[in-house]
Design a protein around this ligand. Structure first.
Ligand SMILES: [Zn+2]
Length: 305
């Protein structure tokens, strides 16, 4: 079973992060690596119909939350901790959450007295709108891309636009998978965080930092921990490498929020394997974090005056 799904679109010609011509880039299944910055651009670039199919109803089910009760609790906890940091660093003013999902981070910022709004496909509430960053007014005190920058077309131009929409001294907060991580190299085409074709760009942490500096940011923090989703990257990779069509990430989602159908025995098998392999995944994640570069990278940048 291939882990790369099929989709249609046009050939990627330039790196969606740094804009370099991809003619001499290394082609891999579903993506081409940039000869300049080493990040990969999803190739072909999926057409709108392919993206609609790829998100379908399962990614954001109309019934609300994506994960079981424990998963949703963890999601709220991680957003609360992100909101604390964001509200402490951002100067006074409103905060924009690009890729706001169900609005968990907006609520957590609101609980800290910060005015926040969001952008998302198929928004479910009034403070989230279906617009791109090019279509909103600003200015903002902070703009957040919490595991969303990898979903936008032309990520490099989007970050440049974010810089234009920030007040002087405003902050950008980005969490994305790190293509330079050990887990990305180990699992290759079946790495959880490749997530083709929904992820349109696959950034390396060094390219992310360099790009932010080009856009006028002073990078104040690079963390291999704060972006989260590191252990699950290892665990899902180990479980999906076992025979029997097991898939931990999908098994953890609610039935209505699964991309693929899992039989009851595949679901139980996936979770049982996940429990057994959890200690190993923890050890790998800890080693990865210690190396200073893990499955995800979190970066803070302050716009220079
Ligand atoms: Zn590039």
């Amino acid at each position: 079973m291939t882990s790369i799904p099929d989709w249609t679109g046009t050939k990627a010609t330039t790196c969606s992060w740094c804009g370099t011509d991809l003619a001499t880039g290394q082609e891999r299944p579903g993506r081409t690596e940039c000869p300049e910055c080493g990040s990969a651009t999803t190739d072909p670039v999926p057409d709108p119909a392919s993206l609609d199919r790829a998100y379908g109803d399962w990614y954001w089910p109309s019934s609300g939350n994506r994960f079981g009760r424990f998963g949703d609790f963890m999601l709220r906890r991680s957003r609360a901790s992100a909101a604390k940091r964001i509200s402490e660093l951002a100067p006074p003013g409103s905060i924009l959450d690009v890729g706001a999902g169900e609005g968990t981070l907006i609520d957590a910022l609101g609980a800290r007295g910060r005015e926040a709004s969001g952008l998302e496909r198929l928004p479910s509430r009034d403070d989230i709108v279906d617009k791109t960053i090019f279509e909103v007014e600003g200015p903002y005190a902070a703009i957040v891309f919490w595991h969303s920058l990898e979903h936008v077309p032309d990520a490099g131009q989007v970050v440049a636009e974010a810089a234009r929409k920030l007040i002087p001294g405003g902050f950008i907060f980005i969490a994305v998978p790190d293509l330079a991580s050990r887990q990305a190299r180990k699992f290759g085409d079946r790495w959880l965080h490749l997530d083709l074709p929904r992820h349109l760009v696959h950034l390396r942490s060094d390219a992310l930092v360099a790009g932010l500096e080009r856009c006028g940011f002073r990078v104040t923090e690079v963390s291999p921990v704060r972006g989260g989703q590191i252990v699950i990257g290892w665990l899902d990779g180990f479980v999906s490498g076992l025979p029997g069509g097991l898939n931990l990430y999908q098994a953890l989602r609610r039935k209505s929020a699964r991309r693929i159908r899992l039989s009851p025995s595949q679901r139980i098998g996936s979770i049982a394997a996940g429990v057994l392999l959890f200690p190993l995944a923890l050890v790998c994640a800890a080693a990865e974090v210690r190396s200073g570069r893990s499955g995800t990278v979190y970066v803070e940048g302050q716009l220079r005056d």
